[in-house]
Structure formats: C-alpha cells, structure tokens
Unconditional design. Sequence first.
Length: 465
Amino acid sequence: MYKIKTLSSGYKVLYLDCVVAVDEIEEISATDFDAVYIEYKNISPTEIALILQKTSPFVSKKCRMKPRFISSRLKDRSLSFAAVIDGFVTDINDPQISERIEGIYYNLSRMEFYEAADVSSNPIILFLKLCKYALSRNMITFTSCLIPGYSEGFSAIYQAISGNTPMNVMEQFARYIHILEDLEYIEKTDFIERVHLCPECGSSHLLYMECCPKCHSSHIKQESVIHHFRCANISPESTYAYDGEYRCPKCHHILRHIGVDYDRPANIHTCKKCSHTFINTQMKVICSHCNKTMTPADLTPMDIYRYSFTPDGIAAISSNEATLAINRDIWKGYSKFSSFLSQIQLLSYSRGNNKDIFISRFKIEGDGIRKDIAMDILEDLQHRYHYNNFSYDMPYIYMASKISKDTNEETLLHIKEEIENIISSIEIKYGNIHITDITYFHLKDKERINSFIKQTKTTKPLINA
C-alpha cells in the first residue's frame, strides 16, 4: 500500500509498506511529495534492496535527491544500505523527519541541479551526482576507498550502490578521485590505513591461511620439538610419547623433568597431506569473492586517505563545472551517441562558458552499408581532427567542435569548405558509398542546443549556421 501523508510541519511524505515502482504510478507526480518513508513489517534484506532501488534518489525521476526514511524496526536488516538512508525513525510522525527534510532541502536550494540524459548509465555524471547527494547531506569529508568499514562520506554511498566493488569500479572511482584532486576540488586531510586488495577482482574480503611450503595445503599440525639433554636427541614431541610418559626415541631413557632432562627449544609443523615437516609455515591468501588463491606478495596495496571538499570544489560540483572538467576528454575522439548529446547539453548549462558548439552532420548511403564502414570513416576523421568529438547514429555521422563565440562568418565558411573537401576524399576512398545531407549546426545558446537534441534525426538544418 502507498499513500501521501502531510506532516504537522507541512511536508508531504510518501508512505510505502510494500515494494512499489514509484515512477510507474501515474496518479503520483514528483511534486506531490517531499520525502519517502518505508514501513514494512515482514520484509527481507532482498526486498529492502528492491524497494530502495525503486525509490533511488539517483535513478528514480520522482524521488530524485529526496530524503528517505526507514522504520527503526528494520534497521538491523538495512545496515548495508545505511549510507543511502537519511534516518531510521520510530514512525512517520517522528520529529526527526521534518528536521532532516528541512536541512536537506536547505542544502539543495543552494545548489544548481541539472539532470543530463541517461544519468544512471553515465558513470561520470553518476559519480558527481553522488558528490552532490553527499554535500546535500553535509558530508564534507570522505575516504578514497570503497571498502566496508573504511568508506566514509560519498565513498560509502558509492560502495552501497556498487555492490561488491569489482576492480573496474574501484579503478574508475580512484581515477575520478585523482582528477578531483588535480583540479583542487578536494584535498587530503588524513592518512587512514594501507589495505590490500585481490588483484583479480579488487575485493578486500581476503582469508589468510598458514600452509605447507611444499604442497600448499593448510592441513598442518603444530607441535613442540623436544631436546633430550642426555643424548642430545632433537625430534618432535610425538616421537617421545610412550605409555603416558616421555621416552627418548634414541636412547630410550624416560624424561621426567623439563629443564633437567629436556627442554622445548622450538615448534615444528607437519603437513597431514604430504608428511613434510618444517619450522616456518608459508602464508596463502584466498579471495572470498572470486576464490582466487595467491601469496601476500601478489596482493594490490592501496593507501586510504580522508579527503575534504574545497570551497571551489563545492561550487564546481554544485554547478556543472566539475562534470565538464572531468569529462573534458570526451571532445577528443569517438563517443556513444547518448554521451555525445549529454556532453553537448552539459556545456549549455556551464557557468561562464565562452564557447559555441559547431556540429557537422552528414548521411552515409549506399548498398550494404555496415556499422564497421561508418567506424572506419570515423577513424579517418579523427586522424584529421584530433580535438573534435565524433559520434554515429545510423545513418548519420556527427562531428562536434568548440569554437569561439566571436567566430566570424568568413571563418565558418572556411571550416565548412574544409569539411566538404574531406567528405569528398572519403567518398573517393570508399567508392561504394555516397555522403549526402551535409548539415551544419551552430549552437550558440541553451535554446538552440535543446532544439538540436530534440530533433537530431531531422533531414533539414535546424539552425542556420
């Protein structure tokens, strides 16, 4: 069941006591509620994960950035998701809810929020959206890792939504952290710890075991070594056992008093699998996530630091400057069409942007046109225009560049002539293709960019260059 309840403070809370796909409920709009409260008596951790997914502040359009609260009765089953829950409360009338909502919306009101297309599938935008989410919850400091027990701030949020943190996610997270640090959006405040990760999957859930240096079995037994003073025999304690007493296996004398007849100078290990005896064991490590077996020397070390957002970083993340700075290399080479459009739209929302976007679009025609031919053409274009961005959305190829806002008509005409000459050379090279519908788009402002994005597949110029 779901319903919207108005609190005494005036805030409206969406009450859920079952798994509900909020975005699919037509009679509820994003403006109908300010927060979400989950009260589910008989719920499993799997169902909690599902309902949190359906109300995700990162993915759900209706729940975007909105506070979420869970009944304190579900706390034990929700601890792994605590980083993305704004509070465990006694019931929907708990005063904490109104206080927390007010604080979060106050922080959100100081930030400029822009939602790009396909947010959930764009790792850069998702990464910075997590930063915004953390800042809206007053999480100014965070750690550089995604390891449970060490994760703080938005890194804990990233951990909560990344599951078991495969190595590619860890590396991606670390790469963005380094970029933020280079941009002086964050700064190191403390060294926390050095941990070791599985080189195969990046998990920190590792099992350390003593093993036999010969066969690497962990089925080993440790016992003392006995030194018999009388005959100088040294051998494992088990070799002295005789009818409840110690008898030397060499001279057969009975040993009665430690320190007088014998001592125990060391311990020795015996492998139950291969019968090898040895003094020092070896260590092996087994990853509990991917089951890979390795030595401690094979592990990947990682230093964990605590970082803090700088004032410039908070300002850049609140707007879209950080997104553009991290994603700057998208203008060099090929991008998927969704990312191509997303980057163009992001530029239109940038503060102090002193660039226009100039896009060339042309259509590939011919018998048996395949995607690999289009990719070959894109590769040719990239060799000629190193600092442009290219994309392909059948049957059109797009080429985008950033030009100065004061670029004159004569310069634009020269750019067009150069592009058309290159297109002619491509037609000659590939022979069986024809390039038609060459169109230019000079995107000078937000309105023109939005118009272009809505009509990317029209066959006539949208904007006169």
